[in-house]
Write a protein that binds this ligand. Structure first.
Ligand code: GLC
Length: 559
């Protein structure tokens, strides 16, 4: 028998990747925290959804000061999530279902419990062990003041003073995030050697790729100068050396067959992001301009066109994302946005860790449905965050005693942090824990009124969010054009987004019209005769031409 020809397009260029936040996905051992066995138990659900791959937020050994983004052993699984054998089983279970599996990779900082940091504390000032991190003497007469004025992303100073082995107050170390997350010194050769080895460890086990945490922040200005606003000086250009690190990572990925990939997390502007996507560096970067865009056509349009233009210069696809574990859920965000830029309710911007405030969840849900069809049509890769397909809102009324995010503590209890988008998944049933766990004592409490949002409640409901995602993802697999080719913008009514995606022939193209306004909008003339194949508003009849697109809704049309 002849073998089928190898696919010419690497899988990640147009994949849909489903982010699993392991603590919150499914708990198999009744401790109230999700785990790897729980993921395996629910993998058929993920495969049925129609996604191509999963990404797991960190599951390596960690004291969980930042819920896994503080790694103490990069080559083992934290016992709260399971064992390496469970991970091997999960890899096998994914591949058996045709799913790829990617892991979070955290190179900017270790946990304070990492053996390197323990050795650095023990070894004393000026030692080679300290050189792997950023230790500096303090300012002031007794060294009692931090070495500079940089602020931590999570609030408070980004320096913490240590007690030296002899018991005296000593040097300070730098942490971009929490004190439990000391930043590594990427100018030190040990660091690259160690992390390339960690990549190989997971690639050899069958991991298909990585999500690179805070990937653009590895190179701080080694002079650590004070800044006007206390923001750190992080260098991202070629001279900084950061791109040499990603080139080294690329070479490691390419040592393995099967199109192993990496997606980077960076909030930089599109041109800077594109530097990391040059052919000898990483594959994908989340388009956070799209995530941050408010509910109006101009902002969404700008986020699409700027990223497409910058990425096409380096031949990289664009990666569309509305939701993740750091961002107020978009159902809540879009329900709080006013229609004009700058008029949204403060504290609910995406990428803002605070949450809280007023949101019309029904309106936000309607808009989220509309956005889902744009997200899943645009050419490139789409990332979904667990619970997005159920239309979960952010939970902004957690009791203060339940809050877990280090942001809450570090901000002096002024910012609630990201717990509201990390509530455990409601699978079935009428009351918490909604089959997430056998214990009602889940790591974050679940709202009592989520019975209509469970996967089981939505499964057979034609109008449910889950059904919209499943239908859209099935069409993305079967219909030409979706997720592929080039964006062509169509003339449309003011404030309406209308575009086609797909190949060069009309038959291979698909139109998306998204109307973020209140009033219905006419379907643009160029595609007025095309037939609706899917609409976010359940009242729009699909199968034939439609005259108009209702407000806060979207539609897919084919010739
Ligand atoms: C990234 C992660 C976030 C984490 C931070 C520090 O932004 O997405 O969850 O807190 O890095 O590792």
């Amino acid at each position: 028998m002849t073998q089928p020809p190898p696919p010419t397009t690497p899988w990640w260029r147009d994949a849909v990747v489903y982010q699993i936040y392991p603590r919150s996905f499914a708990d198999s051992n009744a401790d109230g925290v999700g785990d790897l066995r729980g993921i395996i138990d629910h993998l058929d659900y993920v495969a049925d959804l129609g996604v191509d791959a999963i990404w797991l937020s960190p599951v390596m050994v960690s004291p969980q000061a930042d819920h896994g983004y503080d790694v103490a052993d990069y080559r083992d699984i934290d016992p709260i999530f399971g064992t390496l054998a469970d991970m091997d089983d999960l890899i096998t279970a994914c591949h058996a279902r045709g799913l790829r599996i990617t892991l979070d990779f955290v190179p900017n900082h270790t946990s304070e419990a990492h053996p390197w940091f323990a050795a650095a504390l023990a070894a004393g000032p000026g030692s080679p062990e300290r050189a792997r991190y950023h230790f500096r003497p303090g300012r002031g007469e007794e060294g009692e003041l931090p070495p500079n004025n940089w602020r931590s992303v999570f609030g408070g100073p980004s320096w913490t003073r240590i007690i030296e082995p002899d018991g005296s107050p000593g040097e300070w170390y730098y942490h971009l995030f929490a004190p439990e997350q000391p930043d590594l010194n990427w100018q030190h050769p040990d660091v690259l050697a160690e992390f390339t080895d960690v990549l190989r460890f997971w690639l050899a086990r069958g991991i298909d790729g990585f999500r690179m945490d805070v990937s653009d922040a590895l190179m701080k200005d080694p002079a650590f100068p004070d800044t006007d606003d206390g923001k750190p000086v992080i260098n991202k250009d070629d001279a900084s050396g950061v791109h040499d690190i990603y080139r080294a990572f690329r070479r490691v990925l390419d040592e393995f067959d099967g199109d192993r990939m990496a997606v980077i997390e960076t909030g930089a502007d599109p041109a800077t992001v594109a530097l990391f996507l040059r052919p000898d560096e990483m594959n994908l970067a989340f388009n956070f301009g799209f995530t941050r865009a408010h509910w109006n056509a101009a902002e969404i349009h700008a986020a699409i066109t700027s990223a497409l233009a910058a990425n096409s210069d380096v031949g990289a696809p664009t990666t569309w994302v509305t939701d993740n574990h750091d961002t107020v859920r978009s159902v809540t965000r879009y329900g709080s946005d006013l229609r004009l830029a700058g008029e949204y309710v403060p504290g609910l911007a995406s990428g803002d860790y605070s949450g809280g405030g007023h949101s019309d969840v029904a309106l936000g849900t309607r808009r989220h449905r509309a956005m889902a069809l744009l997200l899943l049509a645009l050419p490139g890769t789409a990332y979904l965050y667990n619970g997005q397909e159920l239309g979960l809102p952010n939970v902004d009324d957690l009791p203060e005693s339940a809050l877990q995010d280090p942001v809450w503590l570090r901000s002096g209890h002024t910012e609630r942090g990201r717990d509201g988008c990390r509530i455990p998944m409601p699978w079935a049933g009428q009351a918490p824990p909604f089959a997430f766990s056998a214990t009602a004592d889940t790591w974050l409490p679940m709202p009592a009124n989520w019975q209509h949002l469970t996967a089981a409640a939505q499964r057979d409901d034609p109008d449910a969010m889950l059904t919209l995602y499943r239908t859209a993802l099935a069409l993305r697999k079967s219909q030409p054009g979706l997720g592929d080719g080039e964006v062509h913008w169509l003339e449309s009514a003011p404030g309406v987004l209308a575009l086609t995606v797909g190949g060069d022939t009309p038959d291979s193209r698909l139109a998306v019209v998204l109307n973020p306004n209140v009033a219905p909008a006419p379907v643009p003339a160029a595609v007025a005769s095309w037939a609706a194949v899917l609409a976010s508003d359940p009242d729009v009849r699909v199968g034939g031409a439609v005259a108009e697109v209702p407000g806060d809704s979207s539609v897919w049309l084919r010739p």
